[in-house]
Write a protein that binds this ligand. Structure first.
Ligand code: CO
Length: 204
């Protein structure tokens, strides 16, 4: 092995352990993929989606990018959503942000180099449009934390307006969008209570 042999060694150990615990492990995994949940989270290495919700391979469809942003013109994100909802039968879409998010922090500071600056533009816009809520906080850390929360809330709203979601709701598909935040300090998730369903979307 020329490159990164330690990762291949880890992989062999992992696969061996799985099979020793359940000889049919990979055979069964190959046969079906019907994850109930779609996770849209930050690419941050400290927020491993499957692990923090205790789900096995096959149980969580995952899309991650810098600062868990959902945009109608992001082909990658939209394709993941369409595949999960229309083909895999996913019923719960979870947008999960995290405190201590570097992408969110960048949106509180001076402009960063180009591709990243374009990417975090939606968070700068949230910061602008909800300045009173953020600036009323006591210190820089509290403002950062609040923007992490407002970013998740904004992405849930953005998601709920996408045609993939609204048409699924129009067909009566059971589908709920959730907004959560993860705390790196204690490893715990918090529900931000902004879940959107067919009914809440009609009321909005
Ligand atoms: Co992050």
């Amino acid at each position: 092995m020329r490159y990164l042999p330690e990762l291949f060694a880890n992989n062999r150990a992992w696969a061996t352990k799985r099979v020793s615990q359940n000889p049919q492990y990979f055979t069964r995994l190959c046969a079906i993929q019907t994850p109930r949940y779609l996770w849209i989270g930050c690419a941050d290495s400290r927020v491993p989606a499957n692990e923090i919700v205790g789900l096995e391979p096959g149980e969580l469809f995952v899309h991650r990018n810098v600062a868990n942003i959902v945009r109608a013109d992001d082909l990658n994100c939209i394709a993941v959503l369409q595949y999960a909802i229309e083909f895999l039968g996913t019923t719960d879409v979870i947008v999960c942000g995290h405190y201590g998010c570097g992408g969110v922090q960048a949106a509180l500071g001076a402009p960063v180099p180009k591709p990243l600056e374009r990417w975090i533009a939606p968070i700068r816009e949230i910061r602008r449009s909800q300045a009173a809520d953020i600036d009323g906080r006591t210190d820089a850390d509290a403002r950062w934390r609040r923007l992490c929360e407002l970013n998740v809330i904004s992405q849930v709203r953005e998601l709920s307006r996408l045609p993939i979601l609204t048409s699924a709701w129009a067909k009566g598909r059971p589908l709920t969008v959730h907004g959560w935040i993860y705390d790196l300090h204690d490893g715990l998730l918090r529900d931000l209570d902004v879940s959107a369903t067919q009914n809440t979307s009609e009321a909005a």
